[in-house]
Design a protein around this ligand. Structure first.
Ligand SMILES: [Zn+2]
Length: 488
């Protein structure tokens, strides 16, 4: 073991942290233990003959998890780091993976074991982790921040995970055998006509402001959708198909939680509203002028009535510094959509009243809301509808910042490929919450989350395990992680 490296890493640890005797990675190890990640991995399917097995399924899954949580970007990157370790350096990693022997597994051994795990098992694990956060009152204790309207906001997004110019998994005849490859034709009918294939996944995310955790990933199969339509239409069909499959699963898993589905105009249609009604999901969905047009016309008619102008609209003027901001809302409760389906409609405008009396429109929006609208709640509902909660940011983080979700971890085995994607989601979930803990915040200091994550792997291999192990956070019988949403 190289003492200079150890010294360097000790110096690199943030000296400002409250628990100066803790090695940073010790806090992560304790957090992973508290979230029962090794136990959850040990429930994965493992048809291997146990008497001949060197590594448990939990250790092999933890190896894949380590690739993602330490943001190594690829299996090869982690493998080449681990391959060079001295026996003393290996000790920390062996403990992290729960391996009692002295050798570390090859990445091929990890893949061979994970190939037996259905990726749905990882989706179930995400839901189990979410359930645990509820049982441990994580949401309850931070309700003012996470459940501002006493509801769990759920968002969803479609994402093109991979694009292939050539089939990535073929049968003996050379035909594409990947069920998730959605064919896209280019230059149709011309000499240049070509086909490429995309993987589209729909992710369901708990979301509140900047905080988001993935709950479910749904990859579409070519059989399920019409792949002849244009990209935009295809993405819409994928999203709606996924919502009709996944939302019932989420409701079944959490029969008592109050969910609100937030999303854009593509969900403003009768089958989806009926689904929400059936599943007791609240919703707040943008309505664009080209969807549910009859409903739009009914509201236009009602707007002309004196009763509506008087009793079903509200306005206020707020003075912000030297600006006068005027907000206007109009609402229509219980509007009939046919087939015994009703909804509530909120129209909202925000404009600035200039000093010369001219009015400058700054925002205009319309939403379908499951909740009845009224004078006291109309502006809050508009605020919720307007929040551009950073769902896209979830995918950006998974794509960049060391998670490298687009990297093809298992090209020739489509199911294994999605298992690796979901492993990234599991790591994201754990790290998102860990990074909010006061211990992680003081340990991290001013480093980026990616650097913090990568540095922790370096600590694991370069700080003696005896020192990591003697960190108070690992020695104490009970550790209560505290969380903070402040940026410092
Ligand atoms: Zn494919």
């Amino acid at each position: 073991m190289n003492d200079t490296i150890v010294k360097n890493f000790e110096n690199n640890c943030n000296s400002q942290k409250i628990l100066s005797e803790n090695v940073d990675v010790a806090a992560l190890i304790r957090f992973i233990q508290q979230m029962k990640i090794p136990e959850l991995f040990s429930c994965f399917s493992d048809p291997r003959q146990q008497s001949k097995v060197t590594y448990s399924i939990s250790s092999l899954a933890l190896w894949a998890f380590a690739t993602c949580i330490f943001r190594q970007g690829s299996k090869r990157s982690l493998y080449s780091t681990l391959e060079q370790l001295s026996p003393a350096q290996r000790e920390g990693v062996l403990h992290f993976l729960g391996i009692t022997g002295k050798e570390l597994p090859h990445s091929c051994t990890v893949d061979a074991a994970l190939a037996n795990v259905n990726y749905e098992e990882l989706n179930r694990m995400l839901l189990e982790m979410f359930d645990q956060m509820n049982t441990r009152k994580f949401f309850y204790n931070h309700a003012a921040t996470l459940l501002p309207d006493n509801t769990y906001y759920i968002g969803t997004d479609g994402y093109h995970l991979h694009t292939y110019a050539h089939p990535h998994a073929v049968d003996e005849q050379g035909n594409n055998k990947c069920p998730y490859c959605l064919p896209r034709k280019h230059h149709v009918g011309t000499e240049k006509e070509t086909v490429s294939w995309v993987h589209t996944v729909i992710t369901f995310v708990f979301i509140c402001g900047d905080f988001k955790i993935p709950l479910y990933m749904y990859p579409l199969k070519a059989q399920q959708v019409n792949t002849e339509q244009n990209d935009e239409k295809l993405k819409q069909e994928c999203e709606l198909t996924a919502a009709h499959v996944v939302l019932p699963l989420i409701r079944e898993r959490f029969p008592k939680l109050h969910f609100t589905f937030l999303r854009d105009g593509l969900y403003a249609n009768r089958p989806f509203l009926r689904l929400c009604l059936t599943l007791c999901f609240d919703y707040e969905i943008v309505r664009k002028t080209n969807s549910l047009t009859t409903l739009g016309r009914k509201c236009d008619e009602l707007t002309k009535l004196a009763l509506y102008q008087k009793s079903y609209s509200h306005q206020e003027i707020e003075v912000i510094k030297t600006r006068n901001i005027k907000r206007k809302a109009a609402w229509f409760n219980g509007v009939d959509l046919g087939d015994a389906l009703k909804t509530n409609v909120l129209r909202f405008e925000e404009s600035e009243v200039r000093a010369d009396g001219t009015i400058c429109l700054q925002y205009k929006g319309e939403w379908l809301c499951s909740k009845r609208l009224s004078k006291p709640n109309c502006f809050r509902r508009a605020e919720i509808g307007r929040l551009r909660w950073k769902q896209e940011d979830f995918h950006n983080t998974c794509k960049n910042r060391g998670f490298n979700i687009e990297h093809d971890m298992a090209r020739t085995n489509p199911d294994l490929l999605f298992t690796w994607k979901l492993m990234t989601f599991i790591a994201f979930f754990v790290f998102e919450i860990f990074s909010l803990s006061t211990v992680a915040k003081s340990a991290r200091g001013s480093r980026s989350l990616m650097k913090f994550a990568k540095d922790m792997l370096q600590q694991l291999v370069n700080v003696l395990w005896a020192k990591i192990q003697s960190s108070p956070i690992l020695k104490r019988e009970r550790v209560q992680f505290r969380f903070s949403w402040n940026s410092s």
